[in-house]
Design a binder for this molecule. Structure first.
Ligand code: KIV
Length: 275
């Protein structure tokens, strides 16, 4: 699949873009081979790969390390890297962080969380040539300030903040906006209101694209799975069964068999026994 330009992505209203997270070489390769349109090295890796209970502890070094690995797995994919918590507290800091993700780790774009309040940061990045994907609704990095991982934009004030945030991000130069955990009708309103693609997660069917976390989709994460996730495989169960069989076969002496062993020339062996 040919990598889209940012200009092409910006015009993909109604395109039903499929985006998935990937955090390492083999996963990014699988996601790219499956023909998924966009790959996100999300800071959700903090939970599903590093075992933290939130995205807050994820560092810039973590993001660079994982983005590099994902890029090696998907050299031709459009790869977006998350800016971790407190890596874009000022426009200057955001520029430095984005430079690491794009120059060192070869991301094509960065994603950051927040609405109107991050406009100065987005404007600075866009002016410097960094393609930015916005993210409003539930913003996991500041989830505790939002009352936890819960539906956002249910009341007038919350809904207005999300609409205004998405409009502000478009005006600031974002090429798209992730809408996380908002009512489907609100996501539709935002999608109709702005001229750049919306990419929903727990935001219903009216967005211009959808994103999910890889580990949720394939059943690899045994922690909390949100209700908006659809599992397309139970890879965790399949892997556990395979590993149990491996351990049993080692204990019973079935593995390794002849097919997994090497032999030595008989004469060489004879001489060895004669030593
Ligand atoms: O970190 C992440 O994976 C994300 C997506 C869930 C949108 O931000």
């Amino acid at each position: 699949m040919k990598k889209p330009t940012v200009l092409e992505l910006k015009r993909k209203k109604g395109a039903r873009l499929a985006m998935l997270t990937a955090y390492d070489f083999p996963t990014a390769r699988l996601v790219a081979e499956a023909g998924v349109d966009l790959i996100l090295v999300g800071d959700s890796l903090g939970m599903v790969v590093l075992g933290y209970d939130s995205t807050v502890p994820v560092t810039m070094d973590d993001m660079v390390h994982h983005t590099r690995a994902a890029r090696r797995g998907a050299p031709d994919a459009f790869l977006i890297a998350d800016m971790p918590f407190l890596s874009y507290a000022s426009p200057e800091q955001a520029l430095q962080s984005a430079a690491r993700l794009m120059k060192d780790a070869r991301a094509d774009a960065v994603k950051l969380e927040g609405g109107a309040e991050v406009v100065p940061v987005v404007e600075t990045l866009v002016k410097a040539g960094v393609p930015v994907l916005g993210h409003v609704g539930l913003t996991p990095q500041t989830a505790s300030a939002l009352g936890g991982y819960r539906l956002q934009g249910k009341d007038d004030e919350g809904a207005r903040r999300i609409v205004e945030g998405a409009v502000a991000l478009e005006n600031a130069g974002c090429w798209g906006v992730v809408l996380e955990l908002v009512p489907a009708e609100l996501a539709k309103l935002v999608t109709d209101r702005i001229g750049i693609p919306t990419i929903g997660i727990g935001a219903g069917a009216h967005c211009d694209g959808q994103v999910l976390v890889f580990h949720d989709v394939v059943g690899l994460f045994s922690g909390f799975t949100p209700t908006f996730v659809k599992r397309y495989a139970e890879a965790g169960n399949a892997i556990r069964d395979a590993l149990k069989r491996y351990a049993e076969e080692v204990r019973s002496g079935t593995f390794p068999g002849r097919e997994q062993s090497f032999t030595i020339n008989g004469e060489v062996l004879k001489r060895l026994y004669g030593i």
